[in-house]
Design a binder for this molecule. Structure first.
Ligand code: IPM
Ligand code: MG
Length: 372
């Protein structure tokens, strides 16, 4: 039996291209693993009315971790239109399978490293080495939303004086998305960030919220961060508002190391951080809970490039490095990162986004060569 059982979910579009390149790399590493393919994504929404079939959830339950490519999502009307004819009018609604998995498996830490590898022509500035810890299961992604607003909810909310100004608005003209934070949710993401800072010798953790306006939710996150920071006397806690953070990251990106924030702010700021180190072709991420880990590049499925082996697989390779660390294959992780860094530094084999003409698979082969 193989040492590691890995769910292999390429998903849609270029997810397949980058995962194929990843296999070249993993085979070269010779990881003692069994890779088990799982169905997920748009194709299964269209044909089965469910982008995340039960058999895939079962597969995740029976594996150690998951490597995930990319998923196509489309707005409500389009999703409805593309459903198989026999599934029309069955009141099926599309949902994001990745968000569903994060919540179902309680993968509360979304870790997004953004490191400027030397020689990458797309680096905004050399020396950037940021990592975003994004809360991954609650906040604005809780999925508690209403439109129209049910009367009972309106009545319950009416105890709040600020609701007065909405009292004459027809219920069908009000949409509500709840930003739910729990103390536990705040504590565990902040703790993940501090633990990481401690392990890697970082000197600061910056909590990125907006407690001056969103006083209760952002306030809870910052208050819990202050308490947890006391357990880590060698690490300084910085507090920065999300809007200012966007500005500071452009102005002085080298000042920051570990950022910790809630779900939606983390979604936004991690795209910004990704762009500082080469954009989507380099943005990796790990979704980690107490019992499971799912590893995915931050990029989407880029349908127009699907099957063309054009896109940069580096994000997927860096993601694979995160998976190897999770599996405690530390040496393999280090070798892989060194090979990635060497290929970037040499700058000979590179995809179009870096000004090259190499294919996705050629980049995989080159990284594999460096591993040898
Ligand atoms: C991300 C993506 C997802 C998110 C989408 C695809 C649902 O933007 O992982 O950052 O919003 O979390
Ligand atoms: Mg995003």
């Amino acid at each position: 039996m193989a040492k590691h059982k890995i769910a292999w979910l390429p998903g849609d579009g270029v997810g397949n291209d980058v995962m194929e390149a990843t296999r070249i790399v993993l085979d070269k590493i010779g990881l003692d693993a069994e890779y088990i393919h799982g169905d997920i994504g748009w194709e299964f929404w269209c044909s089965e009315g469910n982008p995340l079939p039960d058999r895939t959830i079962e597969l995740l339950r029976n594996t150690d971790c998951c490597l995930f490519g990319a998923i196509t999502s489309k707005p409500k009307e389009e999703a409805q239109r593309e459903l198989a004819p026999e599934l029309q009018n069955k009141s099926l609604t599309y949902y994001s399978p990745i968000v569903a998995i994060r919540q179902m498996f309680d993968l509360y830490t979304n870790m997004r490293p953004c490191k400027a590898y030397p020689g990458n022509p797309l680096n905004y500035r050399d020396g950037i080495d940021l990592i975003v810890f994004r809360e991954n299961t609650e906040g604005l992604y809780s999925g508690v939303e209403f439109h129209p607003l049910p009367k009972s909810i309106m009545e319950a909310l009416s105890i709040h004086p600020k609701m007065k100004k909405f009292s004459d608005v027809p219920l069908e003209d009000i949409a509500l998305s709840c930003r739910i934070f729990t103390r536990k949710g705040c504590q565990r993401i902040v703790r993940s960030a501090f633990e990481y800072a401690k392990k890697t010798g970082r000197k600061t953790v910056t909590v990125v919220e907006k407690p001056n306006v969103v006083r209760e939710t952002s306030g809870l996150m910052v208050r819990e961060a202050r308490k947890i920071a006391q357990e880590y006397p060698d690490i300084e806690l910085w507090e920065t508002n999300i809007d200012a953070m966007a500005m500071w990251l452009i102005k002085n990106p080298l000042d920051y190391g570990v950022l910790v924030t809630s779900n939606m702010f983390g979604d936004i700021i991690s795209d910004l951080c990704g762009q500082l180190v080469g954009g989507l072709g380099f943005a990796s991420s790990a979704n980690i809970g107490d019992d499971y880990g799912l590893f995915e590049p931050t990029h989407g499925s880029a349908p127009k490039y699907a099957g063309q082996y054009k896109v940069n697989p580096m994000a997927m390779f860096i993601t694979t490095k995160l998976m190897l660390e999770y599996l405690e294959e530390t040496e393999a992780a280090q070798h892989l990162e060194a090979a990635i860094a060497a290929v970037i530094k040499e700058g000979k084999v590179k995809t179009y986004d870096m000004g090259g003409t190499s294919t996705t698979l050629e980049v995989g082969q080159e990284v594999a060569r460096k591993l040898g």
